[in-house]
Design a protein around this ligand. Sequence first.
Ligand SMILES: *[C@@H]1O[C@H](CO)[C@@H](O)[C@H](O)[C@H]1NC(C)=O
Ligand SMILES: *[C@@H]1O[C@H](CO)[C@@H](O)[C@H](O)[C@H]1NC(C)=O
Ligand SMILES: *[C@@H]1O[C@H](CO)[C@@H](O)[C@H](O)[C@H]1NC(C)=O
Ligand SMILES: *[C@@H]1O[C@H](CO)[C@@H](O)[C@H](O)[C@H]1NC(C)=O
Ligand SMILES: *[C@@H]1O[C@H](CO)[C@@H](O)[C@H](O)[C@H]1NC(C)=O
Ligand SMILES: *[C@@H]1O[C@H](CO)[C@@H](O)[C@H](O)[C@H]1NC(C)=O
Ligand SMILES: *[C@@H]1O[C@H](CO)[C@@H](O)[C@H](O)[C@H]1NC(C)=O
Length: 401
Amino acid sequence: MKLFIITLLHSWSLVAISATNTEIAITRRDLNFTKLVNYDRFESETHTVTTEDGYILTLYRVKSPNCSELKDSEPIVFMHGLFLSGDDCITPGPSGSHCYEYASACHDVWVPNSRGTVYSRKHITYNPDKDSEFWNFSFDEMAQYDMPAVIDYVLNVTSKKQITYIGHAQGVAILLNLCAANSEYNDKINVGFGLSPTAWLDHCRFSVIQIDGTLSSFLTGFIEAGFNSEFLPRGGVYQPFVKLLCGTTDLSYPACSELLFTVLGNNSFQIPEDTMKVLTGHLPGGTSLKNFARWGQIYNNGFTKYDHGSVKNLLTYGELTPPVFDLSNVTMKWVFIGSENDYVSDERDVDTLMTKLSNATKCIVSDKTFGHLDYLFGKDVPTLITPMILTYLDTGKFECL
Ligand SMILES: *[C@@H]1O[C@H](CO)[C@@H](O)[C@H](O)[C@H]1NC(C)=O
Ligand SMILES: *[C@@H]1O[C@H](CO)[C@@H](O)[C@H](O)[C@H]1NC(C)=O
Ligand SMILES: *[C@@H]1O[C@H](CO)[C@@H](O)[C@H](O)[C@H]1NC(C)=O
Ligand SMILES: *[C@@H]1O[C@H](CO)[C@@H](O)[C@H](O)[C@H]1NC(C)=O
Ligand SMILES: *[C@@H]1O[C@H](CO)[C@@H](O)[C@H](O)[C@H]1NC(C)=O
Ligand SMILES: *[C@@H]1O[C@H](CO)[C@@H](O)[C@H](O)[C@H]1NC(C)=O
Ligand SMILES: *[C@@H]1O[C@H](CO)[C@@H](O)[C@H](O)[C@H]1NC(C)=O
């Protein structure tokens, strides 16, 4: 009888714990960046940066309440990728998120949000809900306008000479292009870490980008005719569907993780069930149709300038096809972190990129099943990824984990 009661109590407490975890996940799912940082008992500041072409960007800063003083190191800028937002670096929760790991080590952490994402849908003259001009951009403009504005802002506020950059996917392409076009930015970067870096996509196995490649010339024609629009905004009509599909019942996790990993790399176990529930409220981040089409161009053409279509290419570049980006100006130190199983950033494409750079090295993570989103949301982020970065920042050396 006694044993029975103990067993009963034990299973009750298990039920109670799992219910609480689900409740926490559902609460965290529906909180925006500042509210979520607050809920996780860290601290944040909200800054706004206006770019030269009038976009008003939100830039967050994350701190740990346990650091009375910040480390005397370069401020960290954590840059999200395509379809994502600054939420990426806090979504998994207090233990295991990029930004919280760095903040807990008393680094000064800054989180920009690209133009067109949920936190940066603002412009000094254009209204994103009414003016299609607002959506006339791709990652080229993020490199030309957003990133220099953000870097200069952070350096100014912190009175530092350099930042440390951590970029995921498109976040890498943005800084590459900035340093290629404006060589003086190389000197403003201590080191850049590229998580699942994307530049060349010749071997990309991500079906969304492959379809994008097929559609891109059609989409580009459409966009060149002036039909710029938003693409996959946060809170779109599909958001309740995503929440339902991936976050409501215990059965949805296997189905949803299977779906995600079939397209992104096939490890169904890296993203924990609770993180998946939280994610459904923080994906997608929102971008422009032009930026989506732009990545289809990259899939087709290699890491090249904007493809206007042959006639306008001839007028713009003097050639029918757009020229490859000249990366000879990129002298900053890069450490790329990749995986054998990454369907988006294939190791062979990372190698191509490295041949164009003068100071780049790579680490292929030991977990052979690591996929494109695992660098952000995987359960092994705090064992495989962030310790490597923190060690490098302390010692100037890294060991691939
Ligand atoms: C975040 O949510 C809070 C409360 O719902 C709201 O007051 C705030 O404006 C939101 N911030 C952004 C950037 O949307
Ligand atoms: C701060 O330190 C306390 C006491 O060690 C700990 O319980 C808490 O989780 C820490 N907070 C953060 C945000 O790291
Ligand atoms: C740097 O900050 C000061 C005020 O703190 C401001 O007056 C100045 O315009 C800023 N410069 C840049 C380049 O942002
Ligand atoms: C290299 O940087 C310089 C200085 O910013 C710039 O003038 C030049 O156009 C850049 N070269 C290329 C190939 O983009
Ligand atoms: C979009 O921006 C480009 C410059 O980046 C400009 O040449 C073009 O005219 C703009 N298109 C529209 C429809 O505003
Ligand atoms: C997918 O996972 C299976 C084992 O679960 C493995 O045999 C296969 O090689 C993986 N596919 C890729 C492309 O990594
Ligand atoms: C690469 O960058 C590191 C860190 O800035 C620097 O110490 C090293 O000298 C650079 N190497 C080359 C070949 O430029």
